[in-house]
Design a protein around this ligand. Structure first.
Ligand code: 5GP
Length: 189
């Protein structure tokens, strides 16, 4: 998606350790019009897949998922990052290793919101090593529901997540795929 690639070139900030900051338009200050274009593009890609729910993870995925959901006319569920040690039996749970913070945490979704008949589109802002996406896929599988695919805003294709998830047979559509980046240059696939 050229609009997103151009915006990343213009306003993205590349940090050491392969981290791209997009705080000025995607996940801190938000360009809502850009979210609208992203949502429209996800709908163009997945609109004919019979999606019944969109699943994302707090916090940065929520806004993008909500705007996209308006095009699909389906509810959004966001997996919560669980802070307590006791996990009640009425939730599905999975482990995620944070790329940006390096910690492992549990994510949870209430069983009442993910049903076996659901066809779920997963949406997230970044795909790096694939841990967040894998955790979300596990929640959907635990519920006996179907993963229709994953819509990702920015895939860092120089990290293994994209290949890993695609090799599991999951359709992954990334709107901007970064082939390589250094502190002063960025190349898209
Ligand atoms: P993964 O689990 O694929 O390694 O990482 C995905 C998650 O880590 C995303 O939900 C995103 O919040 C965060 N993330 C990964 N790489 C970056 C990055 O370069 N910049 C930012 N801002 N977040 C990232």
């Amino acid at each position: 998606m050229k609009l997103l690639e151009d915006r990343i070139r213009q306003d993205g900030k590349i940090r050491s350790g392969g981290v791209l900051k997009v705080d000025s338009f995607l996940n801190h200050q938000i360009d809502v019009k850009l979210y609208g274009e992203i949502g429209k593009e996800f709908h163009r890609l997945f609109g004919d897949c019979g999606v019944t729910k969109i699943l994302t993870i707090e916090a940065s995925g929520i806004g993008i998922a909500c705007v996209a959901a308006q095009f699909f006319d389906v509810p959004v569920i966001f997996a919560k990052k669980n802070k307590t040690k006791n996990i009640a039996g009425d939730v599905y749970t999975s482990k995620v290793e944070s790329f940006t913070h390096g910690k492992v945490y549990d994510i949870i979704v209430a069983k009442e919101f993910l049903l076996p008949e659901d066809r779920v589109l997963i949406i997230d802002d970044f795909l790096a090593n694939g841990s967040a996406l894998q955790g979300l896929i596990n929640l959907v599988k635990d519920a006996g529901a179907t993963v229709v695919g994953a819509g990702i805003c920015i895939e860092k294709a120089f990290q293994p997540g994209g290949d890993l998830i695609r090799s599991m047979g999951v359709r992954v559509e990334s709107l901007a795929k970064i082939k390589s980046m250094t502190e002063d240059s960025i190349e898209f696939c």
